[in-house]
Write a protein that binds this ligand. Structure first.
Ligand SMILES: NC(=O)c1ccc[n+]([C@@H]2O[C@H](COP(=O)([O-])OP(=O)(O)OC[C@H]3O[C@@H](n4cnc5c(N)ncnc54)[C@H](OP(=O)(O)O)[C@@H]3O)[C@@H](O)[C@H]2O)c1
Length: 329
């Protein structure tokens, strides 16, 4: 029998309006950066997507270069979509991005109109989608005029290849210009996707306030600092963890004694609150309305269950907030 999603899937999730748009996103979204490439068993990726959707996670986040190899996460996602989720396409928000190196030569990177439009066409082919819900410019390009990049985003919406557009990794000053250009073009910026966690707080220096003022939503990526803000590394580096996987983005040298000391204190505080550290870390990122959704990664379905379990314990007392600040100094 073909898979059927859980009939109660909308009962456990909170949906939050994305900026001043009409679109609501789940408080927790699932990213496909890791564990969806060709090195992961397709069945593992399938179980992660099924579990997420069963728990009300309606938003899956991709990029052209996710894999490895680059492009394979989109291709594998496309296959699972066809096999499992076809009937539920209209219940899903699927995003992809272009901005990092994707193919050889001068047209496979950064932010030209040539790159962005070709890349989205490739993403649509790989996933088998007629359109994506959100198309992002993945990182600012110091050379291409911002007007050109934003016009390309406006163009794909007018073509019907994307319903909304967003920007990622843009510092506040550049984000402001991009948002203003998109408004002038008549295609408002839906969302900004920055890195944000207890360990990475640059967005508090103006970006989140800007987005709120401009009515743009935000989705915080790597809210668990790739797994560092969980109990994963409390007693060594497990063989099946990201840090042990040879990842360029998280290696054992980054799990320093100093960081572990903070993680242990945060873990003790989470225990006092009656939740796991991963849950406290997600609740903290969502603690006010400036963040629309937390964008997690997962290698196991239990990690998705942990994340959704966070929703029942979201409140922080003044004292808990102060304790967290004291630990992070
Ligand atoms: N826009 C950008 O430039 C950009 C950059 C990076 C990421 N992103 C997006 O953000 C998404 C999430 O990034 P991320 O994977 O770094 O997020 P993350 O949520 O900070 O880290 C996820 C990792 O933490 C570990 N983990 C999760 N839940 C756990 C739990 N309950 N207990 C113990 N360990 C747990 C798992 O690692 P193990 O493998 O060790 O189990 C998991 O793969 C990506 O998929 C992508 O969509 C965007």
């Amino acid at each position: 029998m073909t898979w059927q999603p859980h009939p109660e899937r909308y009962s456990s999730m909170e949906y939050r309006r994305c900026g001043r748009s009409g679109l609501k996103l789940p408080a927790i979204s699932l990213g496909l950066w890791h564990n969806f490439g060709d090195e992961t068993l397709l069945e593992t990726s399938r179980q992660l997507l099924r579990k997420a959707f069963d728990l009300g996670i309606t938003h899956f986040d991709l990029a052209n270069n996710y894999g490895p190899p680059p492009g394979s996460a989109e291709a594998n996602f496309g296959r699972i979509l066809r096999e499992d989720f076809q009937a539920w396409r209209d219940e899903l928000i699927i995003s992809t991005k272009a901005g990092y190196t994707m193919w050889d030569g001068p047209y496979g990177d950064w932010g030209s109109r040539k790159y962005l439009i070709s890349s989205l066409d490739q993403s649509l082919k790989r996933t088998g989608l007629e359109y994506v819900d959100i198309f992002y410019h993945h990182r600012p390009d110091p050379d291409t005029p911002l007007e050109e990049t934003m016009r390309a985003l406006d163009h794909v919406v007018r073509q019907g290849k994307a319903l909304y557009v967003g920007i990622s990794n843009y510092p506040a000053d550049r984000a402001e210009k991009a948002i203003d250009i998109l408004n002038d073009l008549g295609t408002p910026c839906l969302i900004h996707q920055p890195r944000y966690s207890l360990f990475e707080r640059w967005v508090e220096g103006g970006l989140l306030d800007l987005l709120q003022e401009k009515g743009v939503g935000s989705i915080a990526f790597s809210p668990l600092a790739g797994g560092q803000l969980t109990d994963r590394y409390l007693s060594g580096i497990p063989a099946d963890s990201r840090a042990a996987s040879g990842s360029r983005f998280l290696n054992p040298d980054q799990i320093t004694a100093e960081k572990l000391a903070k993680v242990r204190q945060l873990n003790a505080l989470a225990e006092k609150r009656g939740q796991k550290l991963s849950q406290m870390a997600l609740a903290w990122v969502l603690r006010d309305e400036k963040v629309t959704s937390v964008l997690i990664g997962a290698s196991k379905t239990s990690q998705i269950e942990d994340a959704v379990g966070m929703l029942s314990q979201r409140h922080f007392s003044e004292q808990e907030r102060a304790e967290i600040e004291a630990i992070l100094v």
